[in-house]
Design a protein around this ligand. Structure first.
Ligand code: ADP
Ligand code: ADP
Length: 228
């Protein structure tokens, strides 16, 4: 589903953020991307979202070489990928319902489909009762659940989560992980960049460790750190 082949990225200032990345991620996998700050995790995500282009190698999404895709086609690529950020990024003057509905409106979904689907997704992330609240009336965990709802409402095959629990206390972080795990169980491929050692260690999913722009470890049912 996602394939990096000999992918490298050198920024214009000469920083080599990634080199010789080879990764093959299958449909339905849950993959943690770990590594110290500056390792290249965000760059990897930006390449997938086509916010940056690689300077070497190729990236495939659903067998399509996305490095060749023209700028005007980028929105169609992004429809295949839901994104969740550490800082939530909700629209402050829209309600929970409207934040999620907006993601469907911008791709031109039918109003009837929006009215059917938004309540269903809000129920899945256990936010039905908060549908009419504004973001400033929500807790951190609720914020993140809205942002997850928004990211999956258009049913993307891939979900990217960049430090989704970074601003949350451990208890709330686990609530978010349960939601992500459920989404993954329903078939969505998930890539999650994280520093949350406890979460990575207890989930026992695939772990890709990046250091200084290179994949230094790629393990099924891996842990946050190398076993010594
Ligand atoms: P991580 O997400 O693992 O913290 P990044 O992908 O953000 O790592 O950064 C990898 C390297 O690329 C770092 O050395 C960083 O300073 C550099 N870098 C990131 N973005 C840019 C940019 N836009 N221009 C130049 N260098 C960058
Ligand atoms: P289920 O698989 O039935 O949905 P849970 O979601 O309750 O079970 O938890 C499954 C696993 O997730 C646990 O074995 C544990 O590793 C991890 N986990 C869930 N909640 C917590 C928590 N609050 N603290 C630490 N680990 C947790």
């Amino acid at each position: 589903m996602i394939k990096f082949t000999n992918t490298g990225k050198e920024y214009k200032n000469g920083v080599k953020a990634l080199s010789n990345i080879n990764l093959n991620i299958k449909k339905g996998e849950f993959v943690f991307i770990v590594g110290p700050s500056g390792a290249g995790k965000s760059t990897l995500i930006k390449l997938l979202l086509k916010e940056e282009d690689p300077t070497e190698g190729k990236i495939y999404l659903n067998d399509m070489d996305i490095t060749k895709v023209k700028n005007r086609r980028i929105p169609f690529i992004r429809r295949n990928i839901g994104v969740v950020f550490q800082d939530f990024r909700l629209l402050p003057n829209k309600t929970v319902y409207e934040n999620v509905a907006f993601a469907m409106e911008i791709i031109g979904a039918h109003p009837k489909e929006i009215r059917r689907r938004v309540p269903m997704i809000l129920s899945m992330v256990d936010l039905s009762k908060k549908a009419d609240c504004y973001p400033d009336q929500l807790s951190g965990g609720e914020h993140q659940r809205v942002s997850i709802a928004r990211s999956i409402v258009n049913n993307p095959p891939v979900l990217i989560a960049d430090e989704p629990t970074g601003n949350l206390d451990p208890e709330t972080a686990w609530e978010i992980m349960k939601v992500l795990r459920e989404i993954n169980r329903r078939g969505t491929t998930i890539l999650m960049a994280t520093h949350a050692k406890d979460i990575v260690d207890s989930m026992k999913k695939r772990v890709v460790a990046i250091e200084a722009g290179k994949v230094v470890r790629d393990e099924e049912k891996g842990g946050y750190e190398n076993e010594v």
